[in-house]
Design a protein around this ligand. Structure first.
Ligand code: NAI
Ligand code: MG
Length: 326
């Protein structure tokens, strides 16, 4: 069976790390058809549109999408692309790799972030010069869909349960709905949960990240807390993510276009290649996904390494070393 993969490199180092991930996927014995499409600053300058309709349509119909990064137009690209794949959860692992200089080398956790609502639902108003407002939207249906995914995630993986991070002591209605719905779904599925207030979580994860494993959170909390965890594991060049929908997914590194190093051929491809490993798992290629994870881990530990990790290797050297280890 052929899988159609939309490849959207975007701008800056997106154009360097996305082809590297495609090279890794191509080295596997899987029948992929890669279809490349434009998005981001460069195409916006040319055509006036950061996300051309054909790119949106391609992401909405392909089996999966691999995305690099977009520059100033990132929000105009990535939010609609997540919508194109109908993504309701953003899976963000934050794991410190052996041999990498991390603030907290013992960190190994996964955020399951609600991906459609909360304060990012887009209901902002400017009432007067003085007053701006924002309406926070939380629904039982989206919370339930996220919780069902979380239950499946912990049952399939090696996890005892999950932590619900929220602020229902202050946002009683919205985070109340979130916490109660997620906890009820976990209960129905026989999955254990505990709860933590999101501000306390921020302190506790810095002091001892091993207290947490799988963390389920509302949209904004997941965005901020997972970036905090990124800081603990030693750098943006390492963090992958998956935007998962019921029928398709979009896989992307957490980092942006890195204008300071773009064009030099030295971007760390690890985050994008691990995102590609998440794509493999999503399509059911668990063995191949594990193999890519292991090849990346071994390369990070033993080199070659790109300059962000203290090495002097190029993107291509690292990619080839990963492919050799596969
Ligand atoms: P950034 O992630 O592009 O870069 C931050 C720092 O990390 C830079 O010093 C960069 O060199 C380094 N870095 C990031 N990825 C790296 C990699 N793979 N290898 C080695 N070093 C790496 O974030 P920044 O500078 O805040 O944003 C730059 C542009 O990217 C902006 O225009 C922003 O809008 C866009 N952006 C896009 C995102 C997306 O498309 N999803 C996400 C974040 C930012
Ligand atoms: Mg963010």
């Amino acid at each position: 069976m052929t899988h159609e993969i939309a490849v959207v490199p975007g701008d800056g180092i997106g154009r360097e790390v996305t082809p590297a991930a495609v090279d890794v996927l191509s080295a596997l014995e899987i029948d992929f058809e890669f279809v490349e499409a434009d998005a981001g600053d460069a195409v916006a300058e040319e055509t006036g549109e950061a996300l051309p309709q054909e790119t949106y349509d391609l992401a909405a119909s392909a089996d999966a999408t691999l995305f690099g990064a977009a520059g100033e137009t990132a929000a105009d690209v990535i939010l609609p692309l997540r919508e194109a794949v109908d993504s309701f959860v953003n899976v963000r692992p934050a794991k410190a790799y052996p041999g990498i200089d991390a603030v907290r080398p013992e960190t190994d956790l996964v955020f399951l972030r609600e991906n459609t609502e909360g304060v990012y639902a887009g209901h902002e108003d400017r009432l007067t010069e003085d007053v701006a407002t924002l309406t926070r939207v939380v629904t039982q249906s989206a919370s339930r869909q996220l919780a069902e995914f979380a239950c499946e995630y912990v049952s399939e993986g090696d996890h005892d349960g999950f932590t619900i991070a929220h602020k229902a002591n202050v946002m009683r209605e919205t985070d109340g709905v979130f916490r109660d719905t997620v906890a009820a779904v976990a209960d129905e599925n026989g999955v254990e949960t505990d709860e933590v207030l999101m501000d306390a979580f921020a302190t506790r994860i810095c002091l001892d990240p091993t207290q947490f494993d799988v963390v389920v959170c509302p949209n904004l909390a997941g965005d901020v807390l997972s970036d905090l965890a990124a800081g603990l594991v030693g750098g943006l060049g390492l963090l992958p993510s998956a935007n998962v929908g019921p029928e398709r997914g979009l896989f992307e590194p957490v980092h942006g276009t890195a204008p300071d190093i773009a064009g030099e051929g030295v971007a760390n491809p690890a985050a994008t290649i691990v995102s590609a490993a998440m794509l493999l798992e999503y399509l059911g290629y668990d063995e191949e996904s594990d193999a890519v994870h292991e090849a990346v881990e071994s390369t990070l530990e033993n080199g070659p390494r790109t300059p962000d990790l203290g090495g002097d290797a190029s993107t291509e050297d690292v990619t080839n070393a990963i492919i050799d280890r596969l």
